[in-house]
Design a protein around this ligand. Sequence first.
Ligand code: NAD
Ligand code: ZN
Length: 275
Amino acid sequence: MSVADDLRCARDLLAHAERVVVFTGAGVSAESGVPTFRGPGGLWKSFRPEQLATPQAFARDPRLVWEWYGWRREIVAECRPNLAHVALGRWMLMREGVTLVTQNVDDLHERGAEDAARGLIREGRIGGGGEPAGGVRAAAARVAPIRLHGSLFHARCTRCGGERAHRDPIDAATAETLPRCACGGLLRPAVVWFGESLPEDALQAAFHAASEAAVCLVVGTTGAVHPAAGVVHETLGAGGAVIVVDPGETAYDDVAAVRLWGAAGELVPELLAAT
Ligand code: NAD
Ligand code: ZN
């Protein structure tokens, strides 16, 4: 089959699906310039992520770990959502029944949805000609992803467990300058580290949505990180179909009903434009 046939087939599956789960990984943000862990640019000061993204590393040297997260925040802050993020946001704002589940810790799905909402407001397709109640942010929040691995822009207290948005620049010069909670406890990045369990409510919500979906659209993930990778199997197990968009091999290639080989920024807008 040609790519055009594959696209047609995938569009058809999506058009007939009452519920859809979109499952994304580092690849959806690759064209925005966010390095994937396994690709070039994944290293920082010659450390591998496995040496920094662990509770042991944070206990041993919180300054080093915060310094790395500060660097990653700066990289992501300079990145722009790409055409895949915007197309997904637009599609979700225009149709019901789509749940977005991401393994990414960047905020590009949210910012992509904001760009999409701005466009739709300009076109008069949402908001009835004016700003919708709550503005662009509120419109985009309606299609916010379920985050399986947390967010670079949230922090959690190591003492009281309180979690909140945290975007301030990181000063890791001394232990005293590291970010602190109102209770005085040391804050840590609210991301899931190697060896830690995923947030139970997010995982359950993701698995539930996937088990009810007629289609799981997988974008930019090898499917190697568990238990997140199991989202796709929930859809399959319930008799749903899988569509994979990725330029490289993934764990889902043999079970995909449609396999679209290529970059998310090109294929996702094409796929979603006509559905
Ligand atoms: P991965 O690195 O295992 O796989 C990335 C996938 O993206 C590969 O299959 C690759 O072929 C594909 N890819 C590369 N360029 C692409 C493009 N232009 N369009 C579509 N796909 C493309 O990533 P993963 O499966 O997400 O697992 C890595 C883990 O690391 C995740 O748990 C994630 O939380 C974390 N991580 C997140 C970010 C981020 O937030 N942006 C970045 C790096 C790592
Ligand atoms: Zn606290």
